[in-house]
Design a protein around this ligand. Structure first.
Ligand code: GLP
Length: 241
C-alpha cells in the first residue's frame, strides 16, 4: 500500500484528481470504477476543473460505479446515478452511454446483479477503482460480515449506514434499506485502487483498515492484500497511523 497524507481535504482531493488524471493520460480509453459519498466530491470538482482547463479528455473513458440504492429512480436527487451526473458526468465530456450505475429499479434485482457483474467483467474490470470508506469500514456497500462477498449482490444496509446516510435525506424513513453493490471480489479485480479517507471521524476506521487484521468485519481491510493500492488521506484521518 502507498500512503499519501495531505494537510487537509483540499490537498487530499488534489492528490486524488492528479492520480486519476495520470490514469487518463496514460490510457485515454481506460475504465474508471467510481464512487459516491461526500469524500470524492472535491476530487470530482478538481477533475471538472482540469477538464475545463483543457487538460483532460473523457471522450473515450468508460465508467462503472460501485453501487446504487434499491428503489430510487435516476432522477431522485439521492440516487447515485443523479449524484454522478451532477458531480462529474454533466461537467466533463464522458459519453452517457459509456457510464454505468446499477439499476436500483430493476424488477428482478438478482438478475440486475448478475447483469452488472457481467458488464464489469466484460470491461476486464476497472483500470483504476476509486473508493471511499464508511464509518464501519464498508467499501461500496459491502457491510461488515462473516465473509467477503465475491460478486455484485443485493445488500441490506446496516443501522449505522442508514443513520450515517440519513444526513442526505429529509428523514430517516426516506433512506433506502437496501442497495446493489459490487462485491469485494469485483473490487479486488481492479488493476489499481485509490482509497480516499478524510476527516477526524474516520481516523479509527482508517487505522483498522490499513494497520489492523484483514477481516470481513472491516471490509476495507481486504485492500491490504491487493497489489496496487494508494490510500490518500488528510492529516485528520491519518492521525492514528
Ligand atoms: C456510502 C457509499 C460508499 C461511501 C460511503 C462513505 O455508503 N456507498 O461508497 O464510501 O458512503 O461516504 P462519505 O464519503 O460521505 O463518508
Amino acid at each position: 500500500m502507498r500512503i499519501l497524507i495531505a494537510k487537509d481535504y483540499d490537498g487530499m482531493c488534489r492528490n486524488g484528481a492528479d492520480l486519476i488524471a495520470a490514469q487518463l493520460l496514460l490510457k485515454p480509453n481506460c475504465v474508471l470504477g467510481l464512487a459516491t459519498g461526500s469524500t470524492p466530491c472535491g476530487i470530482y470538482d478538481r477533475l471538472a476543473e482540469k477538464y475545463s482547463a483543457g487538460e483532460l479528455d473523457f471522450s473515450a473513458v468508460h465508467s462503472v460505479n460501485l453501487d446504487e440504492y434499491v428503489g430510487l429512480p435516476p432522477e431522485n436527487d439521492q440516487s447515485y446515478r443523479y449524484f454522478m451526473q451532477k458531480n462529474l458526468f454533466d461537467r466533463v465530456n464522458i459519453r452517457r452511454e459509456n457510464t454505468h450505475v446499477p439499476n436500483g429499479l430493476a424488477e428482478d434485482i438478482e438478475a440486475e446483479c448478475r447483469r452488472y457483474e457481467q458488464l464489469t467483467a466484460a470491461y476486464g474490470y476497472p483500470d483504476l477503482q476509486l473508493l471511499g470508506i464508511g464509518l464501519n469500514g464498508h467499501i461500496g456497500f459491502n457491510e461488515p460480515d462473516e465473509s467477503f462477498p465475491v460478486a455484485t449482490h443485493r445488500v441490506s444496509l446496516t443501522e449505522s449506514t442508514i443513520q450515517a446516510n440519513s444526513r442526505f435525506f429529509k428523514s430517516l424513513d426516506e433512506v433506502p434499506r437496501a442497495a446493489v453493490t459490487m462485491g469485494i471480489g469485483t473490487i479486488m479485480r481492479a488493476r489499481r485502487i485509490l482509497l480516499a479517507i478524510s476527516g477526524e471521524n474516520k481516523k479509527e476506521i482508517a487505522r483498522a483498515a490499513i494497520l489492523g487484521p484483514v477481516t470481513p468485519r472491516v471490509p476495507a481491510s481486504v485492500l491490504q492484500l491487493h497489489p496496487d493500492v494508494t490510500v490518500i488521506l488528510d492529516e485528520a484521518a491519518a492521525a492514528l497511523l
